[in-house]
Design a protein around this ligand. Structure first.
Ligand SMILES: NC(=O)c1ccc[n+]([C@@H]2O[C@H](COP(=O)([O-])OP(=O)(O)OC[C@H]3O[C@@H](n4cnc5c(N)ncnc54)[C@H](O)[C@@H]3O)[C@@H](O)[C@H]2O)c1
Length: 282
């Protein structure tokens, strides 16, 4: 085993690794809180100074996801936030959770991912693991992030490790939170997967599922969200047809869901909403 990998794994295991979270939104802030709660010194980074100030004051700005725990981990000194990217010099693991919207042509706007990765590259050092969590098209980690990070002069798989791990947080979900939702991890090379998976295993309780490459992890996230997009549309179209035929669509779905395999119930509603489902399938 290479020294770089052994040292990093040791730091992850004994929790002396410092974790950096880039982007303190719906995904990044709960993740930062989980790392801090697990005992890792965690530094959150955001370009919005208002969010940085709120975190440092222990003020939660994303509703039910973080709760009182934010205040506790800030007061104990385990979590802090900054707008100064040079914090990367002192961290061992970085998770990037910045926005990936669509542009006006429905193409992925990758500028936030690119910009934040370039900033990481500027301050990175040997012995780090970088993990992209933003939802994105298959190939982003290997084709976009790897060359940007290697421009630092460090080599992926030897000097640092790189992986993709999609975020599945479902804001408002009472049962499944960041902590207990299974995590999929795909690294560049087996070592990349192993290091990234070790980090999440030490923090999360939903289990970590390793896949063979970042592209598999990137694509499985799109499959999840496309599946929901199509099935929500199907439930709504079924409601329109049932309405025209004088049939109660709720009775239809209740009957269909008695089938123990091959069917998952989706229900009619106001249509697609939220941050992800209306965007990612495109
Ligand atoms: N919100 C969800 O429920 C959810 C669920 C799963 C996956 N995702 C995905 O996770 C990613 C992040 O989503 P989100 O909902 O947390 O977004 P968000 O807008 O809530 O938060 C993103 C944060 O990144 C910051 N940011 C932008 N550019 C930056 C930069 N260069 N450096 C540092 N910070 C920067 C923004 O200021 C913002 O605070 C997206 O790819 C999204 O598709 C979101």
């Amino acid at each position: 085993m290479s020294n770089v990998k052994t040292e990093l794994l040791n730091k992850i295991q004994d929790k002396s690794a410092v974790v950096g979270i880039v982007g303190l939104g719906y995904v990044g802030l709960p993740l930062a809180v989980e790392f801090a709660k697990a005992g890792y010194r965690t530094i959150g980074f955001d370009v919005q100074s208002k969010k940085v100030d709120s975190v440092n004051a222990g003020q939660n700005y994303i509703g039910d996801i973080v709760g009182d725990t934010l205040k506790k981990v800030v007061e104990s000194g385990t979590l802090s936030a900054t707008s100064d990217f040079s914090f990367i010099e002192g961290v061992d693991a970085v998770a990037i959770a910045v926005p990936t919207p669509l542009d006006k042509y429905q193409q992925p706007d990758i500028s936030y991912v690119k910009g934040s990765t370039e900033s990481v590259a500027k301050y990175m050092h040997k012995g780090m693991v970088v993990i992209l969590e933003s939802t994105t098209y298959p190939g982003t980690t290997e084709e976009l992030l790897k060359p940007i990070l290697e421009a630092s002069g460090l080599k992926c798989g030897e000097d640092f490790y790189l992986a993709f791990s999609p975020e599945r947080v479902d804001p408002g979900n009472k049962q499944y939170k960041t902590k207990n939702t299974p995590k999929v991890v795909g690294g560049i090379g087996k070592d990349g997967t192993e290091v990234a998976a070790a980090l999440y295993r030490n923090v999360l309780e939903g289990g970590v599922y390793e896949v063979s490459s970042p592209a598999v992890a990137e694509m499985e996230k799109l499959l999840e969200n496309t599946y929901r997009n199509i099935n929500i549309g199907l439930a709504n179209e079924m409601a329109i047809i049932c309405n025209r035929m004088g049939i109660n669509v709720w009775d239809v779905i209740d009957a269909a869901k008695t089938k123990p395999y091959g069917f998952q119930a989706f229900y009619p509603g106001p249509g697609l909403g939220g941050h992800c489902i209306p965007l990612d399938p495109f």
